[in-house]
Design a protein around this ligand. Structure first.
Ligand SMILES: O=C(O)CCC(=O)C(=O)O
Length: 283
């Protein structure tokens, strides 16, 4: 699905945008259900909290931003359940990280009109640390995202730095220290997008986005996928982990969406078919 040039771009820059990966009909179906999910299940907040707000927002704006974040839209809508197997998206994902793919999460980041929240510079790695780099985030745009809607911005090639130390804590979302990593200090590339476009970026790529200052919604949904060989760091696979400062707990989805997850455990007890591993030997 992706050209060699697009794959090279992703490997070199840590991101690649694919235009119109979702058709207008698909966007209409997904967008329609998402509006209903927001209306029936969503909650407006100010967005990520934390000391970074003092450095990214003017005094009068600091506590007045708006956001609707929502994990697991597949809990509410069949269209959002099926989309994790979206053929064209998965074809791009396998081109980027290999043939065996595990879906990790789906999350809505919606910026309402007039002061939709910004996000500070960060990598997604500290939210979901895994033992490898074959982890791709796919940002599907449900609305057009021109520059002043708070389009995604990335630091080209920053995935090569590996995991960076983030400001962590109970009262903040993980973010890079603004003394070093701030849009005033670090050059970033803005990626305006249209509804249906998907930006694929490595979970180590530094990114951020500004306020939505338009009078339209800017809704984007991030899907996280990783190679089946990657395992979470610092916890068992089925342990819930904290995914934001409001202590929302989540488990890995552990759903294989492409290829196969081979058993790498040396302690494997059973196999099916003609092979019986670890069977006691006949004496
Ligand atoms: O949607 C955005 O503008 C940024 C979202 C983000 O930071 C993320 O998906 O990690």
């Amino acid at each position: 699905m992706l050209s060699k040039e697009q794959i090279d771009t992703y490997q070199r820059d840590g991101y690649v945008k694919v235009d119109s990966l979702f058709s207008p009909d698909e966007v209409a179906a997904l967008g329609g259900d998402m509006v209903r999910i927001i209306e029936e299940w969503g909650e407006e907040t100010i967005g990520w909290k934390g000391p970074w707000r003092d450095r990214y927002l003017a005094d009068e704006e600091r506590q007045n931003t708006k956001a609707v974040f929502l994990h697991n839209p597949q809990h509410y809508s069949g269209v959002w359940g099926r989309v994790i197997f979206h053929e064209k998206m998965l074809s791009c994902v396998t081109d980027l990280i290999g043939d065996s793919v595990q879906w990790h999460h789906t999350v809505l980041h919606a910026k309402p009109p007039e002061m939709g929240t910004p996000f500070p510079m960060h990598q997604d790695y500290p939210f979901y640390p895994h033992n490898g780099t074959a982890y791709v985030d796919c940002l599907l745009h449900l609305d057009d995202a021109p520059i002043d809607s708070g389009a995604l911005q990335v630091v080209k090639g920053s995935h090569e730095k590996g995991p960076l130390e983030h400001v962590l804590g109970a009262d903040t979302a993980p973010h890079l220290p603004p003394d070093i990593y701030h849009p005033d200090k670090v050059e970033t590339v803005t990626i305006p997008a249209k509804a249906g476009d998907v930006i694929f970026f490595n979970y180590l790529t530094i990114h951020w986005s500004d306020c939505n200052r338009t009078d339209e919604w800017r809704k984007a949904v991030r899907f996280g996928y990783h190679h089946t060989d990657l395992r979470p760091i610092g916890r068992a696979e089925d342990d819930p982990h904290r995914i934001d400062q409001d202590n929302v707990l989540e488990r890995n989805s552990n759903t294989i969406v492409a290829g196969f997850r081979p058993n790498r455990l040396e302690t494997r007890q059973l196999a099916t078919g003609s092979v019986q591993a670890n069977e006691p030997k006949a004496s």
